[in-house]
Design a protein around this ligand. Structure first.
Ligand code: PHE
Ligand code: NA
Length: 503
């Protein structure tokens, strides 16, 4: 028997969950460096333009599709137009891949929060990370070794995620975000304040915000801005469709999209301040220019930050715990949202109840994650999958979905009318222009640009066989699987009328 579709308890609950999904590792370890590398203070111009001309319009499109069709990504697309169901499954496959490796990073963060207390990494954090903690093999190859120090924390992360999924949208996801997002805001603010008191903070902030206005005329800076917005708002792979499908009938869609978009960007700027104040301290303390200490991603969080934490004049343990706990919370709330994309799709597709669907899907994702990542190959797999699934999964699926919605099935006017019914801020012709012209052109150019780089040189100089499997293979499989699954006849999808209270 079909359950009633779950619903958020309140608008705040939905907003917190949407913000929790958007605010992730990208805000903390990606934005600061991207801004620094692409014009510093001047980067804010292309960044804001990208937010207004692609980020928020796409967010509104996804919210409206989810709200109008009240289904997981595949179910919603199918109701939009039968053949577009493949887009939904493609997004589900992408989410599956991301969930599998995102969980591993959260587990590392958990370990590092603990390590911070005694600075377990000693005086060579880089060697500690790769040799002692991850026990990475010398090169990509077959898995020969399991690493218990990563395995158990990863099991813990998946147990926690499974509990949230089983509890469901309101009692699980909404509650987790109601606790975690305010907690994250408090912890991260304390961290930033502590960072601002470090000697050298001003040097770091100067390096980040000093505007290089010549960047404005550089095409690659604009590509970086749109790329960051796209990644940071988690658009293009079904999360926002899924979350919006649990909204009540009368919900302000455009207003919610704006609140979530600006909240995410505010958190990015706050993180930029915190990270660069800290890097400024390191630069001044070691007499090396900021230029040489600035970095992003795994190198920033798990090498540079441990180094800095060890040399702090005061409160090192506190600072480390604040940083890594923030990273874990930001990652966990994003992880929950990606897993829900897959759970809700399977639930709709097989007509399953929430609890068995959550256990089945969560169990499979957790099993794959646990089989692959706490191994001597974990970081190579993670690096390749992350790069290729971002470029040829998220960005490509996002591009395909705007082209299909705007030009192939031509549903923007219909979605616009739907959003207008319940939203405070009305959409105008300019929403249609951004989605039908600006977004496809920019994303198309981004695609061309990254393909060119890919073909010119092997990513990270990894061996070709490895990129063909862990990179192209994984991203291609997501697309092919998406199309194949959409071709299987689907008889028990409740008609839209049965599920939606008309409109
Ligand atoms: N938007 C997230 C961030 O900025 C990234 C993310 C990736 C979120 C995957 C959900 C899923 O970090
Ligand atoms: Na983000």
């Amino acid at each position: 028997a079909q359950e009633h579709r779950e619903q958020w308890g309140s608008r705040t609950g939905f907003l917190l969950a949407a913000i929790g999904s958007a605010v992730g590792l990208g805000n903390i370890w990606r934005f600061p460096y991207i801004a620094y590398e692409n014009g510093g203070g001047a980067f804010l111009v292309p960044y804001l333009v990208a937010l207004l001309t692609a980020g928020i319009p796409l967010l509104i499109m996804e919210y409206t599709i989810g709200h109008r069709f009240r289904g997981s990504a595949p179910a919603s697309f199918r109701r939009l137009s039968r053949p577009t169901e493949a887009l939904g499954w493609w997004q589900v496959a992408i989410s599956f891949v991301i969930a599998v490796y995102y969980g591993a990073i959260v587990a590392w963060g958990l370990c590092y929060a603990w390590f911070s207390l005694r600075q377990t990494w000693g005086d060579d954090p880089e060697a500690f990370l790769y040799e002692d903690f991850l026990q990475v093999a010398a090169a990509p190859g077959g898995i020969t070794n399991y690493v218990p120090g990563v395995l158990w924390p990863l099991v813990g992360v998946w147990v926690l995620v499974l509990i949230v999924m089983v509890l469901g949208v309101r009692r699980g996801i909404e509650w987790a975000n109601r606790i975690f997002i305010p907690l994250l805001a408090v912890l991260f603010t304390i961290l930033v304040v502590q960072a601002l008191f470090l000697e050298g903070a001003a040097v770091g902030l100067d390096a980040l915000f000093a505007p290089d206005w010549s960047a404005i005329t550089d095409g690659s800076v604009w590509v970086a801005a749109y790329g960051q917005i796209f990644f940071s708002l988690s658009i293009g792979f079904g999360i926002m469709i899924t979350y919006a499908s649990y909204l009540r009938r009368r919900s302000d869609l455009t207003g919610s999209a704006m609140v979530a978009g600006f909240a995410n960007s505010s958190f990015e700027i706050l993180a930029g301040i915190g990270v660069f104040a800290t890097l400024g301290f390191m630069a001044v303390a070691s007499g090396i220019p900021v230029d040489e200490v600035a970095t992003s991603g795994i190198g920033l969080a798990f090498v540079a930050f441990p180094q800095i934490i060890s040399s702090l004049p005061f409160g090192a343990g506190l600072f480390g715990v604040l940083f890594f706990v923030s990273l874990v919370i930001a990652g966990l709330t994003s992880l929950i949202s990606i897993v829900q994309v897959v759970v809700s799709a399977v639930q709709d597709r097989l007509g399953m109840r929430r609890v068995p669907a959550a256990l089945l899907v969560g169990g499979v994702i957790a099993a794959v994650s646990i089989a692959l990542f706490p191994t001597d190959q974990g970081i190579y797999l993670l690096d390749a999958a992350d790069h290729f699934i971002n470029q040829y999964g998220i960005v490509l699926a996002g591009l395909a979905s705007v082209i299909v919605v705007a030009w192939v099935v031509r549903r923007l006017p219909m979605l616009e009318a739907h959003a207008a019914k319940t939203s405070v801020v009305a959409l105008t012709w300019w929403w249609r222009i951004t989605l039908s012209v600006i977004t496809p052109v920019v994303l198309g150019f981004m695609m061309y640009d990254s393909l060119r780089a890919e073909l010119a040189q092997n990513y990270e100089d990894y061996p070709t066989w490895f990129l063909l499997t862990a990179g192209w293979g994984v991203a291609g499989a997501a697309l092919v699987l998406g199309i194949l699954i959409s071709l299987i006849p689907w008889k028990n999808l409740p008609s839209e009328a049965a599920d939606a209270d008309g409109d």
